[in-house]
Design a binder for this molecule. Structure first.
Ligand code: NAG
Ligand code: NAG
Length: 549
């Protein structure tokens, strides 16, 4: 008995040593980064962008990091340990933004109104972000010397001057972007911009097919057009940078701060979604970070409503930006007429529950919806959506066919892309007619090809070496472990447009070729004169005689 106890004890101490050893080896292998202080600065006034950024922060908080977030909007996604500092817009600014969206959703926008609203709202969206960084609640974070951050995240939305925060907090800087790699983020990380093979957001190309002449031309022209806009923005950015950091002599210049971005997290997955393109190691794709790997339990009323849908169910949501009163009353009545006549149950996202479009046994109105969890429910057969990037990704992940009613920004492009991929159909919200809407609904509900295509996609989308969450954690810890990622920076970051396109070399080669050709011509002339000189002279003499006569 005593023996056995002794043996037991030595076994325990043996295994304790073993555990220690394993732990030690693990630390030697990939040193864990415990409880780093991480700051997230998300000043863009877009709820859908904030969902992406906050999903990144949540993954890091769950990993045990000490996360502080500054944002201009309250967050839907969060974690109990995240410290949140909210610096909101004023009510009147909020109203201006809302009105801009209402205009676009109610009238067929002319080129002029589109540009006017775009520049009006965009101008406000861009300018307001600087105010957030000037607010005391934010400046306190670096003035208070007790704060020490190990990494700072900046949510990109036409605000590259915020890269200065890396130097301000004296720590590595990571950019979080809610879309696939695009020109402005490509530039700061040195990702190549390829107008011949990588379509921009408004050009749709069938996967695996080359871009034809027209597509390449459109792509080149829109890239150049966007570059004009970007150049103007850079001019503004540099002004904002001076305004924010100009009187701090310890700060680098804006041009230098731009060369100090460690990583960019892009909310995309090129392999399954396209476009197929080369990315430098500093571009880390985390497409679908906002999608839960395992859905949460649904609220009881929604769960019962879905479970009892004998003929399947439909989710109808036009996103968070667009409120019910942004859409023409007559359009809403047309939509209601069609949806209330279906045999499927419908969950309709609607803000004003006192004033619903109409009562119908098959419609459940909800002000707020756990969209991702609902789309994961097996009874959901169709998602009627404004085709925002987030919702489309969720529907694709859960293989739910879509009917797109896009309104503005990247939505029409997303809608075209999902139609072209065979994931659903598109109807114009502004000119919606009941017959056409109903026909499109029935086609998507009855034709099994949409669901089949989506199931294939969903398999590809989920098949990755690391999940989106794991990628966020691994690469953030990587930057923390190595205090930045200067060793893997693309040389393009430090090359100007002339150098990165070899323009100087082409000019030099052109000149050299010109000189060679000129020498050859001169030589040829010389040889020609030597050999045929006399005959030529005679002929010329004859000619001039003829002329004189
Ligand atoms: C977490 O970060 C905040 C902000 O820098 C800091 O005030 C706080 O002390 C940190 N907490 C821990 C446990 O390090
Ligand atoms: C670059 O980042 C490092 C940390 O990785 C920081 O200490 C430094 O101040 C930054 N330099 C510039 C020019 O932004």
């Amino acid at each position: 008995m005593v023996n056995m106890m002794k043996q037991g004890r030595s076994l325990i101490s043996c295994s304790a040593v073993g555990v220690l050893l394993v732990a030690l080896m693990a630390t030697l292998h990939a040193p864990t980064v415990n409880g780093a202080n991480i700051l997230g600065v998300f000043t863009s006034h877009s709820p859908s962008h904030l969902i992406i950024h906050m999903s990144v922060m949540k993954a890091l908080a769950e990993e045990g990091h000490n996360v502080t977030v500054v944002s201009s909007m309250p967050a839907k996604v969060t974690h109990k340990s995240i410290k949140h500092i909210l610096i909101p817009l004023s009510e009147s600014e909020e109203k201006t933004l809302n009105d801009g969206m209402a205009v676009m959703a109610k009238e067929k926008p002319s080129m002029f109104t589109t540009l006017k609203t775009m520049f009006g709202s965009l101008g406000l969206l861009i300018n307001k972000q600087v105010d957030v960084l000037e607010d005391e609640r934010f400046t306190e974070l670096y003035k208070n010397k007790g704060n020490k951050f190990d990494a700072v995240f900046v949510g990109f939305f036409f605000n590259m001057y915020q890269v200065g925060l890396g130097a301000k907090f004296n720590c590595p800087l990571i950019v979080s972007w809610s879309g696939p790699p695009m020109e402005q983020v490509d530039n700061v990380i040195g990702n190549p911009i390829l107008t011949s093979s990588v379509p921009t957001m408004n050009v749709v190309v069938t996967p695996g097919q080359p871009m034809n002449f027209k597509q390449r031309l459109t792509n080149l022209l829109s890239t150049l057009g966007f570059r004009v806009f970007a150049t103007f923005l850079e001019y503004k950015n540099s002004g904002f940078y001076t305004r924010l950091f100009g009187n701090d002599p310890t700060m680098p210049s804006y041009a230098d701060a731009r060369k100090n971005v460690s990583l960019i997290f892009c909310n995309s997955h090129g392999i399954s979604e396209g476009p197929i393109r080369p990315n430098v190691p500093g571009v880390v794709e985390i497409g679908g970070i906002q999608i839960k790997e395992k859905p949460d339990a649904l609220p009881q009323d929604i769960k019962e409503f879905l479970d009892n849908s004998k003929h399947g169910a439909i989710l109808f949501s036009l996103g968070i930006n667009l409120k019910g009163d942004h859409i023409k009353q007559s359009t809403i009545q047309k939509i209601f007429k069609v949806l209330s006549g279906l045999k499927q149950n419908v969950i309709w996202k609607w803000d004003d529950l006192k004033n619903t479009p109409g009562k119908s046994a098959n419609i459940l109105y909800k002000k707020w919806l756990p969209q991702d969890d609902i789309l994961a429910h097996p009874k959901i057969k169709l998602f009627i959506t404004h085709a925002g990037k987030g919702g489309v990704a969720e529907a694709q992940y859960h293989a739910v066919p879509m009917l797109a009613l896009p309104v503005f920004a990247d939505q029409p492009g997303n809608a075209d892309k999902l139609v072209r991929s065979g994931y659903g159909l598109r109807v114009d919200l502004l000119s919606l007619e009941p017959a056409e809407f109903k026909a499109a609904l029935e086609e998507v509900l009855q034709n099994p090809s949409f669901a089949k295509k989506l199931q294939q996609f969903s398999k590809l989308y989920r098949d990755r070496p690391m999940t989106a969450r794991e990628s966020v954690i691994y690469w953030t810890n990587y930057v923390l472990r190595h205090h930045g990622a200067a060793h893997m920076q693309s040389p393009l970051v430090r090359m100007n447009a002339i150098e990165s396109n070899n323009l100087d070399l082409y000019v030099l080669l052109g000149l050299a070729l010109g000189i060679v050709i000129a020498i050859n011509i001169a030589l040829f002339k010389c040889v020609c004169r030597k050999c045929f000189g006399k005959r030529c002279a005679k002929k010329n003499a004859q000619k001039s005689k003829v002329k004189k006569n």
